[in-house]
Structures are given as C-alpha cells and as structure tokens.
Design a protein around this ligand. Structure first.
Ligand code: PBG
Ligand code: ZN
Length: 300
C-alpha cells in the first residue's frame, strides 16, 4: 500500500510493447491495459500514476488538455472497469509538445507564466475525466497555485495535488524519455528543473509548494537524493520519492548480467528510502516486490 506504480498508456490499438531500456515495463493501449490492471489488483497494488503517449504532437501540446485525449480516455476506462484503483496523473507537456519541452516556447526559451495556464488546463481536464490526484512534473514556478485555483473554481475543492517539488535536472530520466518519447529536441531542462550541485534550492521549492497548497511533497530522483528526502521528512505533509527509470534500469541491467542479487539490492534500496523518511514510493519495481512477498521470496 506504500507503492504507486507508473503506467504508460499509448494511443492506438492492441499495444503491449516492452520498453527496451526498462525490462518488464510496457507501453499499453487502452484496450489491453486491463491485463496489467488485473495483475496489479491481484497483487494488491491499486495506486497508479498515468503517463500518456499521444499520436499527435504540436508546439502547444494540445492533446494534453484534449478532453478526449489519451490520458482522459484511460482514466474513464479504468474508473469504469477497475473502480478500486486510485488514479494519479502526471501533469506535464513534454510528451505532447513537438519540441519535447515541458512548457510553451518563445523561440528557444520556455515561458514560465504562459505555461501555467496550460498546466492548469491539463490538470482540470484530468480531474474532469475522473483523476483522483494530479501530479504536476513540469517544474514551472507558481504551478501549484495555478492548479489549486482552477480546481477550486470548478468545484473540485477536495482533489489533492501531489507536487513534484524537488525535481532535479537529472541524467537518471534517460530511459523514461525513451519510454514516453519525451526527450527535448534541443537544449535541456535546466532552466526549470533543479541544479543538482545546489544544496539549498530544494528548500525554497518545497516551501513555495506548501504555501501554494500542495498536499504531497515529492523528491525526484530518489536514491542519489536521500539527503534531500531526509531534510524534508519532518514537514507535516506526506513525503513521496520517485525511484526513477534510470535507477530501475541500472538494477535490471546488472541483475540480468548476474552481477548483483536483484531481490537483495531492490529491497535495500526500498528500505534506504524508508529510512530517509519517505512515506510513499513511486517505483517500477513495485510489481516484482509484491510478487516476492507473496511467494515468500523476500521476508522482512
Ligand atoms: C515529465 C516527467 C519525467 C519523469 C516523470 N515525468 C521526465 C523528465 O522530466 O524529463 C521521469 C520519470 C522517470 O525517469 O522514471 N516531466
Ligand atoms: Zn515534462
């Protein structure tokens, strides 16, 4: 029950495509994702984080706030057929923009304030479709307030916001960008994501998100940032760690080569996050761990 499992939903039919850099993780079309949801339900993992992969991309990422877009349709499908799931949606633009950046561009620059309107619109459209929690990952300043305002104005006063608060500009996102087809076509994300050399900035980011109305605080990536997790662990909101794609892929690759004991390493990593003070873990390992517990292959 401490886990959130990420799912990649792709527009199209009859898709179950393994992500080559993330063994065991797939892109699913809506008509087949039920296979995965049934397995998750059986294993007792009923919190999911949805990412969408649209067919059409444009500079404004318009598919992201299309009420009939891939994530919106996936939410409706899951709510109808698997009502026991808690649905969290990733709110961002990079999977939907033709340039792959997380916001609106003015030539080569991402425009913070212009992007806020779009981020708010995306969040509202997810919630209208039935999302239980929205999780903005774009890292624009002021996005939590913008989302809180639009949700409140539309009557969704009880829908929580899970803020990707301390999100670093990280090399560990590499496999995800392949999975979600969201790599920036030029430049990098350093103007909006955080500089990992800075040991103080997380404080301002977390403080701002709390003031703006965040209900959960996330640190991302997880394992190279346990100091940050530990430093924020005493605040009075639930702390979420995102154990990201690169962290998963490294463990899987070494394990497939027979270089490490996968179960031992994965459990050690999970308890490291817990020891640092995490309440909730978003991880691609969740299904494996649940299976190991069920079969008594790990005992803690
Ligand atoms: C999109 C987003 C990213 C991840 C989650 N949401 C990639 C990025 O910021 O480039 C990374 C997740 C992972 O690596 O598992 N903004
Ligand atoms: Zn993004």
């Amino acid at each position: 029950s401490d886990f959130i499992y990420p799912l990649f939903i792709e527009e199209g039919e009859n898709i179950k495509e393994e992500i080559s850099s993330m063994p065991g993780q797939y892109r699913w079309s809506i008509d087949r994702v039920g296979e995965e949801l049934a397995e998750l339900k059986e294993l007792g993992i009923t919190s999911i984080l949805l990412f969408g992969i649209p067919k059409h991309k444009d500079p404004q990422g318009s598919e992201a706030y299309n009420d009939k877009g891939i994530v919106q349709e996936a939410i409706r499908y899951i709510k109808k057929n698997f009502p026991e799931f808690l649905i969290i949606t990733d709110v961002c633009m990079c999977e939907y923009t033709s340039h792959g950046h997380c916001g609106i561009l003015d030539d080569c620059e991402v425009l913070n304030d212009e992007t806020l309107k779009f981020i708010a619109k995306i969040a509202l459209s997810h919630v209208k479709a039935g999302a239980d929690i929205v999780a903005p990952s774009d890292m624009m300043d002021g996005r939590i307030m913008a989302i809180r305002e639009i949700l409140d104005e539309n009557g969704y006063v009880n829908t929580p916001i899970m803020a990707y608060s301390a999100k670093y500009s990280s090399n560990y996102y590499g496999p995800f960008r392949e999975a979600a087809d969201s790599a920036p076509s030029f430049g990098d994300r350093k103007s909006y994501q955080m500089d990992f050399r800075n040991s103080k900035e997380y404080f301002r980011e977390v403080e701002a998100d709390i003031e703006e109305g965040a209900d959960f605080i996330m640190v991302k990536p997880a394992l190279a940032y346990l100091d940050v997790i530990n430093a924020v662990s005493n605040i009075s909101l639930p702390i979420v760690a995102y154990n990201v794609s690169g962290e998963y892929s490294m463990v899987k690759a070494a394990s497939q080569n027979g270089w490490i004991d996968e179960k031992g390493i994965v459990m050690e990593n999970m308890f490291a996050m817990k020891r640092a003070g995490v309440n909730i873990i978003i991880t691609y390992h969740a299904k494996d761990i649940a299976k190991w517990y069920k079969n008594k292959e790990v005992i803690f």
